[in-house]
Design a protein around this ligand. Structure first.
Ligand code: SF4
Ligand code: SF4
Length: 351
């Protein structure tokens, strides 16, 4: 299990250009596999165009209390990129003035940003319809100062979306680190205790599943049933929905694929599972991702690959929704992860 980010280790794959090089060369350069651009061109879906903005996803920093093997952010305790209050103020202007109905805060562990609570309080006042915080759960048990997070989330009617790769200790700890399962269970019980995840509760609690190895997720609906049954029977835990997310071949998951000699097989399985009907609804078509330093990206994955939006409006300080709508989405081979099988997004399947 990793304890440091690729960046801290000085690993080449911490550099986005190295990742893009790998994704552009090899099997894609030789023509063994079609590039994503060629694949979507077969069904006249190139270029993918941004539609009306619905979701603003803001990454408030790459610092995290965990160092999960599959992390596409390469997050960890050693990452220092943190959104400042000034940039948060600029984001608040964007939230107020944009037509987006959903705000989605992510990280790292967003709760570790020292201005996280201030930002949540201010953003909650804007009255956005769906206010999501992506919590890794263990942060709630990491330190006394986070113990009241369930009450804080409740007070601001935050929709909690939490990672939970499996209902068993073994599979969860293998992917996310020793002790993660027990802390996650405790955190879920605490969220349930304040009303999150109950069948008729407006306090939304959803879980995110992603595979623990070089394979694609199974059927989302069937997995949700299995998770619900196991978590209820074993721990009395309730939650609303399960989102099944495909691991995209970037950052630490790319490193894992290469180190375990699974990279080519994984790319083959993504291309084989390509589903043209998922392309229409990939999340970049209605989402904008904002980085810790205020730059705009088509999605959190493009943010990590440092592929900025193809628009004159590139930063929260010059945010222009009209200019951004209809932009051509910036793609590469990692996009196959969003179009495999039933598709994948931060809200689970898309097709
Ligand atoms: S996957 Fe989530 S919890 Fe794990 S290191 Fe990355 S940001 Fe942190
Ligand atoms: S990786 Fe990002 S840009 Fe590519 S299809 Fe998925 S959401 Fe769109």
């Amino acid at each position: 299990m990793a304890t440091k980010s690729l960046k801290k280790l000085g690993n080449d794959l911490a550099q986005s250009n190295k990742q893009i090089e790998i994704l552009s060369n090899g099997i894609f350069k030789t023509g063994e596999l079609p590039t994503f651009k060629d694949k979507i061109s077969e069904t006249s879906q190139f270029p993918i165009k941004a539609k009306k903005l619905e979701i603003l996803q803001i990454n408030v920093g790459y610092m995290c209390n965990q160092v999960c093997d599959h992390c596409h952010v390469d997050a960890g305790p050693d990452r220092k990129e943190i959104m400042t209050r000034d940039t948060m103020r600029q984001c608040l202007e964007v939230i107020k003035n944009s037509g987006a109905h959903t705000l989605d805060l992510t990280g790292g562990a967003p709760e570790m940003n020292p201005d996280f609570r201030w930002f949540v309080e201010e953003a909650a006042k804007v009255g956005i319809k769906d206010f999501i915080v992506r919590s890794n759960l263990t942060i709630i048990r990491a330190n006394k100062k986070y113990y009241d997070l369930p009450d804080f989330f409740k007070k601001h009617n935050v929709h909690v979306v939490s990672s939970m790769p499996h209902w068993t200790r073994g599979k969860t700890d293998k992917q996310r680190g020793d002790g993660v399962f027990d802390k996650s269970i405790k955190a879920l019980q605490e969220l349930n205790a304040v009303g999150y995840g109950m069948p008729d509760s407006d306090l939304r609690l959803d879980l995110v599943y992603n595979p623990s190895g070089a394979f694609l997720p199974g059927d989302q609906e069937a997995m949700e049933k299995d998770f619900k049954k196991a978590l209820m029977e074993d721990f009395g835990i309730e939650f609303h929905n399960l989102f099944a997310i495909t691991n995209l071949p970037i950052a630490r998951f790319l490193d894992y694929l290469i180190a375990s000699e699974n990279y080519e097989d994984y790319m083959y399985s993504l291309v084989e599972a390509y589903n043209p009907s998922a392309v229409e609804n990939v999340m970049c078509t209605n989402t904008l991702s904002i980085s810790w330093d205020g730059y705009l990206f088509d999605c959190d994955f493009n943010q990590m690959l440092e592929l900025p939006v193809n628009s004159k409006s590139r930063h929260v300080s010059d945010f222009n929704e009209e200019l951004l709508e209809g932009r051509n989405i910036v793609i590469s081979q990692h996009c196959y992860g969003c179009t495999a099988g039933a598709g994948s997004s931060c809200q689970g399947i898309v097709a």
